[in-house]
Each structure stands twice: as C-alpha cells, then as structure tokens.
Design a protein around this ligand. Structure first.
Ligand code: FAD
Length: 576
C-alpha cells in the first residue's frame, strides 16, 4: 500500500504529501470563485450550494470517478433534530436534543470509551442546527430516501434519544461494487451511497459545477507561507502541474487520513503498514493530502482523541477473509471499475467457529468469535437519561475484544500486530459453502494460501507483511491443541464457547483476516462555519474543510460530511 511503486497509482495510499508550503505561482492556469477538493459527500455538497448561489465552482477529484467513500457507503444518513421524516412518523427530536446527545459526557461504550465527551461544542452545535435544512436540501436535490420511519440501522455515534437514521434508496444507477444496477425489486428499498452521490452528481452537473476528474491537489497556495489569504491550489493531472486560483475560497473535502500510514500513526502507533485493508479503498483513498497541505500553511489538527477512542468502526474485525479489502459492509465484484485493484471478493465468514485465527507465528491469541469495538446509537443505553452519570452505571462493562488482541503483536518490539491468518480446512469450506478460488480469494498477491498439510501451509505463507516466517511446528501444535479443545468441548486458552469443529481434512487454508481500518475521526481544526483554524487559534482566511478531513466531531460518516459541506458553502456565499 505504501510502496514507492504504488505512489503513482490513483487510489493507492501514499506516504508523501504536501508538507512544505508551495509559493504562489506567477500565473494561474485556471480560476474560479470556489475551488473544492474532493468529489465525495462534503465536496459535492459544497460545490452545489456554492454554484447555486451564483459562484463559479471548480471541483477537483483525484480518482477516475466521483463519489469518494460516500458512494461506496451504505447510504445510511443520520440526520435528526426534527426532520420532516421524523415528524411524519411521530418521532420527537430537536436541534437541542441532538446537540446534547452528541456532547453527552456520560455515555460510554462497554469498554469504557466515551463517544461524545471530546466533541467540540461549537462544531456540534452548528451541525445540530443545520440537520433539518440539510435533510430538506438533499430531498430537493434528488436524493430519495427509503420510504420508512427513521430507525437506528447503520447508526454510529448518533445519540441515544431518538431514531435518526435515514436510508438513501440505491435507485437505478450501476453500483460501484458490481458495475451493475441493483435488482429492480430492491431499487426503492435498498440503502446505498449510490443513491446519495449519483443524484448529487447529476444536480452538480446540471447547475454547472465544473468537475475535473484525475486532478490531484498537491498543495494549497497562501499569500505568505503562514499568513494571509488562501489563493488557490496546485494540482497534478496526467503528469502536469496546474495552478488553480480560488477567488473566494478553497474547500477541503478530501475524506480523511487513515490511508496514510505515517499520518494515522500520529493517533495510534500500532497502525503500521500491514493494515492495508481499508474500507472504501480502492475506490478512493484517505491519503491525508488535505490535512498535509493545510498543515503546511499553518493549519492545526483538532480532537485527536476521537481517532483513538475504541468505538465505532475506526478499526473493524474483517468480515470477509482471503482478500485485501475485507470490510464488513463492502465487497468488490469483477464488474466493478476498480476490481483490477481490489483483485478478489473475499470469503464472507458466517460463523467464526469455522476457523481459528493465528498471528504471524502461527499462534492463536483470542476467542475467534469475540467482538470488535461497539458503537452508540438509539437505545444503546436503556434506560438513558441525557447527561446523567448513571448512564455509565447501566452499561455492562465488557473491556475485551478480538481487535486489540490481534493488534498486540508477537512481542518482537514492532508496534503493529502483523498479519492475522484464518486457518481452516476443507470441511469448513463445505460448511460455509465457500469457493476458495479466484476471484473469491487472492492467492496471487499473497492474501490466501493453500497446502496439503498444516506444516506445509505454514511453510507456504510468504507475503510482504509477514515479517517473520511462521514456524511450521507452531502451527501444527496450535491446530492439534485446538482439535483437542474441540474433543473436550473446552477452549482452555481463550474461552471460545464450545469449540465445534476439528481442523483435520486437507487441503488446509490460511486466509488474510487482519483488522480493517475505516473511519477518520481526527482532522483539521475548524470553526462553526467550517473555516480552517491555525495553530494560534486564528482563522485561515479563504480555507474551509468538512467531513472526515475535519476534526473535533466523533461521528461516523455521511451526516457530518454533508452538513459541513453545506455549512462551508453557506458561509462562503453569505453576503459580506
Ligand atoms: C464501505 C463504507 C460504508 C459506509 N457506510 C456509511 C453509512 O452507511 N452511513 C454513514 O453515515 N457513513 C458511512 N460511511 C462513511 C462515509 O462514507 C464517509 O464518512 C463520508 O463519505 C466522508 O465524506 P468525505 O466528504 O469526508 O469523504 P469522501 O466521501 O471519501 O470524499 C473524499 C473525496 O476526496 C478525494 N480526494 C482525496 N484527496 C484528494 C486530493 N488530494 N485531490 C483531489 N481529490 C482528493 C477522494 O478521492 C474522494 O473522492 C461508509 C464508508 C465506507 C467506506
């Protein structure tokens, strides 16, 4: 993922970035009133709002297509505060209730981590106050929500007091995951980011937003390196560098930083290179380019705790194995425009009793059926009283999870836990009805291995992140010991509930089952209008940011990105 060879490829994480300020150019190649970076949830929204207010807008996107993570998403949009959808279904909510939910210090997860305690009040207040109009704005711009009451499905750090989750109907556009439209019978009822981003793209093109694909922002120009207005950006396109002037504002909607190994390790040193299975990749990357370019001209980071808080989907247990991209809610199929980079669909794990998971040394480390991080949502705490310390008392403390055990490593001083392999046999393949052949698994790139004996399997495992060889004797002993637990019905090592299946029938498999990284919840410091703030607390004139590249707000996903794109453009277009 961070190989030098990957650097030139779109959609692949890069460790380079605009870390030094670029001098303003002597002349500009293009110009607009507003230059928006990133055609995802934040950027597309900001671009439409600014254009509809009469400004000339250029939207630059580094990938071959628009959409960002938003188009790969489940399309579950938590907009509350008293939307029309909530009112129609008799759900009581208000901006104040939403604000207090999302700043409720007393809410903690079963592992003790607080979801909302470190949210920036100014940022969350602005969000809560604009949910209702943002919902109406989406509907007015062609987004069709599934016709049902708001619920809690897909919600993640969206507050306990009211159901707020709306679902974008996938509609008729080809899905990025398959290259085909969804089954007509599902088009009005299935939720998908397709149903969010394609209507917004159509609206943007209709009102005259100019979208420049395969244009990668590499620097932001300011009058002086750390002073004055932001003037525009530098982009790379087909090997050439262009300077684009922004007469009024630049909006950063670059989607976060978890694809950049050095950057993500600011928050969590464990997240080394082997965590290459990022959700939303390879459709688009979260390469920290927006953060780095803004920091190069003085911007501050903000709310960094939210990135390491062990809640939500910031790191997830893989749900598909034997492939690089095993995120629980996203599979890539051969018809997808990015399947050449995804390379395999993965084997979905229905029952973790069918495999054992081992580290690089071939040793088990945790109960395979163990959970990942949890998340807060409507009725996660029940009974719940906003702001009451007894909320924490009513949460059943469950501190442990499979993820932290997987990332603990092998004790060799390396920060990352290394590859995790799911080990299984031919009987498991039958039980799960897997087809362990390409395109379901990725033998070619080293994300799946097969052998006639357990010892040979360990010998066979070789790939770029397996930094020590797996001792065959270790894996043989691990499997023998586990088979003994199956016979006795008791997992003496990790307490897996009644281990059910021996691993004894060849061929044997080792399938990539390493934790997956997902959300970015730390980013640039912004104010209520999404203006970027510098290290001294001063606004950087003309620079805005929203979504996963913005910090100070621990909430998964689309709602904060759309609202912040909306807020940024509203401020840019407001009369002086
Ligand atoms: C599989 C998956 C499922 C999800 N499901 C949900 C869900 O159901 N509900 C929910 O609320 N959230 C969900 N999310 C999260 C949600 O999609 C994101 O939080 C949201 O899209 C973030 O919006 P954004 O504008 O910050 O970034 P994005 O939507 O990712 O857009 C960023 C864009 O910027 C572009 N870009 C980056 N750097 C540059 C550069 N230097 N130059 C030019 N362009 C650049 C990227 O290519 C990308 O197109 C999901 C995410 C994934 C991956």
């Amino acid at each position: 993922m961070t190989d030098m060879t990957d650097r030139a490829r779109p959609g692949v994480a890069r460790n380079d970035g605009a870390t030094a300020p670029a001098s303003p150019p002597a002349q500009w190649d293009r110009e607009a009133d507003v230059v928006v970076i990133g055609a995802g949830a934040t950027g597309m929204t900001a671009a439409i709002v600014a254009r509809e207010a009469g400004l000339r807008v250029l939207l630059v996107e580094q990938e071959n297509d628009i959409g960002g993570h938003a188009i790969t998403s489940g399309g579950n949009v938590p907009l509350g505060g008293g939307t029309r959808a909530q009112t129609q279904h008799g759900i009581a909510d208000s901006p104040d209730l939403l604000f207090r939910d999302l700043t409720d210090w007393s809410v903690v997860e079963p592992n003790g981590f607080p979801d909302y305690r470190y949210n920036d009040r100014e940022i969350v207040r602005a969000f809560a106050d604009c949910n209702v109009e943002t919902f109406d704005w989406l509907v007015a711009h062609g987004v069709k929500f599934v016709d049902q009451a708001p619920d809690a499905r897909g919600g993640n750090a969206v507050g306990n007091s009211a159901p707020r989750e709306m679902h974008c109907a996938v509609s008729h556009w080809p899905m990025v995951q398959t290259g085909r439209p969804a089954d007509p019978a599902e088009q009005a009822t299935r939720s998908s980011g397709n149903g969010l981003m394609r209507p917004l793209e159509a609206a943007a093109r209709q009102v005259g937003v100019e979208i420049l694909l395969r244009h990668r922002m590499v620097a932001i120009h300011r009058e002086a390196p750390h002073a004055g207005r932001v003037l525009g950006i530098a982009v790379e396109h087909d090997g050439a560098r262009l300077a684009i002037r922004a007469r009024r504002a630049v909006v950063i909607g670059t989607g976060g930083s978890t694809g950049n190994v050095n950057f993500r390790r600011i928050a969590d040193p464990r997240l080394t290179e082997e965590y290459c299975g990022l959700a939303g990749m390879p459709w688009s990357d979260q390469d920290a380019s927006g953060e780095l370019a803004a920091m190069a001209i003085g911007a501050s980071l903000w709310g960094t705790y939210n990135q390491v808080g062990e809640f939500g989907y910031s790191v997830t247990k893989p749900a598909a194995i034997g492939c690089q991209y095993g995120y629980q809610n996203l599979r890539w199929y051969p018809g997808s425009a990015v399947f050449d980079r995804a390379r395999s669909i993965g084997l979905p794990v229905r029952d973790w009793q069918d495999v054992i998971t081992v580290n690089m040394l071939g040793q088990r480390f945790y109960d395979e059926t163990g959970p990942a991080f949890t998340t807060n949502n409507y009725r996660s705490i029940d009974p719940y009283t906003q702001g009451d310390y007894r909320n924490a008392r009513d949460v059943k403390f469950r501190p442990n999870n499979w993820l932290n055990a997987a990332m603990a490593g092998i004790g060799d001083g390396h920060n990352g836990g290394g590859p995790i392999w799911a080990i299984f046999d031919a009987d498991a393949v039958r039980r799960e009805a897997w087809v362990p052949e390409p395109p379901h698994v990725d033998y070619a790139a080293g994300f799946c291995f097969r052998a006639g004996t357990v010892a040979e399997l360990a010998e066979t495992i070789a790939m770029r992140f397996q930094r020590v060889k797996m001792p065959p004797g270790n894996l043989v002993r691990t499997v023998e010991r586990y088979n003994g637990f199956v016979d006795s019905g008791v997992d003496e090592d990790f307490g897996k509930p009644a281990p059910r299946f021996r691993i004894a029938t060849p061929p044997f498999y080792a399938a990539w089952a390493t934790p997956v990284i997902h959300d970015t919840r730390m980013g640039l410091r912004i104010d209520a209008h999404c203006q970027v703030v510098d290290l001294s607390g001063a606004i950087i004139p003309g620079l805005y940011c929203g979504g996963e590249s913005a910090g100070g707000f621990s909430q998964h996903g689309l709602a904060r990105a759309i609202c912040q794109g909306y807020l940024a453009a509203r401020h840019i277009t407001a009369p002086a």
